[in-house]
Design a protein around this ligand. Structure first.
Ligand SMILES: [Fe+2]
Ligand SMILES: [Fe+2]
Length: 258
């Protein structure tokens, strides 16, 4: 199947099965004209809802409660589904990007589909069904800003996915602390994949930026107006995960002090 056809199917899917569909073989002979979607289609009941302050993520001290952990997993699954859709959008929006870039985004998309499945399985084991709680527009709000491959990797790989190098292990440690080994192992798997997603972003930042600008400046200039470098980190910057993604120490230091 052509990458374009697959990505269009994912964006237009109105069942979860179709959102998570991935053909065995992908070709990219006809990336076609650029397409921009205002919103992805959603399965009934999974449409974007307004986010209210009441629907906060359960605090860490509440993780002993299985239902609260399931709520966390539901929120994370929502993020993964958005990642699936944003990556599908990049594939229809940037037909002229280098083929290796498109292949990399397609691979990442497939892994994000896997993440949605992992979270669904685990939340079901904890007694919650995906779609039982509201799902939000969240990351999708930034899609209008993602007008080029370098903006895409700056915001998606090097900001949101990079922040997950801190958040995923933080939640993993908290789940482990309350004895939920399965959920902790799931967060570990997410972290491992996320390291390679960040690494993909970093490698392309080096290739796509102008030779005169530093990586840091090129990245910062690609962020939307109200997004600061802080969005690329959690409360604690876990340096070793970034080092494993190939991020140089100098960059990590700048992030730590941002
Ligand atoms: Fe993911
Ligand atoms: Fe990712």
């Amino acid at each position: 199947m052509e990458i374009r056809e697959w990505a269009t199917r994912v964006l237009g899917a109105n069942t979860l099965e179709e959102k998570l569909f991935c053909p065995n073989e992908l070709t990219d002979f006809e990336p076609g004209p650029a397409q921009f979607w205002k919103e992805p289609c959603r399965p009934p009941g999974m449409e974007f809802k307004r986010h209210s302050k009441k629907e906060k993520l359960p605090a860490f001290h509440e993780h002993r409660d299985q239902d609260k952990r399931a709520v966390c997993l539901h929120r994370f699954a929502g993020h993964e589904l958005l990642a699936v859709e944003i990556m599908a959008h990049a594939l229809v929006a940037f037909p002229e990007a280098p083929i290796r870039f498109r292949r990399g985004v397609a691979n990442t998309l497939r892994e994000e589909q896997g993440h949605v499945r992992l979270y669904i399985d685990r939340m079901e084991a904890l007694g919650l069904k995906f779609g039982d709680l509201p799902l939000y527009r969240h990351f999708w709000s930034y899609v209008p800003h993602l007008t080029s491959p370098i903006r895409y990797i700056s915001v998606v790989s090097l900001t949101f996915e990079m922040a997950n190098l801190d958040f995923a292990p933080l939640y993993g440690q908290s789940f482990a602390r309350v004895g939920d080994r399965e959920s902790a192992a799931l967060m570990e798997q997410i972290l491992e994949d996320e390291i390679s997603h960040v690494s993909f972003g970093w490698n392309w930042l080096k290739k796509l930026k102008s030779p005169e600008s530093s990586e840091w400046d090129a990245w910062e200039q690609c962020l939307p107006p109200l997004m600061t470098p802080k969005r690329a980190r959690g409360f604690i910057v876990m340096e070793n995960h970034r080092t494993r993604a190939g991020i140089p120490q100098e960059w990590i230091e700048k992030l730590k002090h941002s």
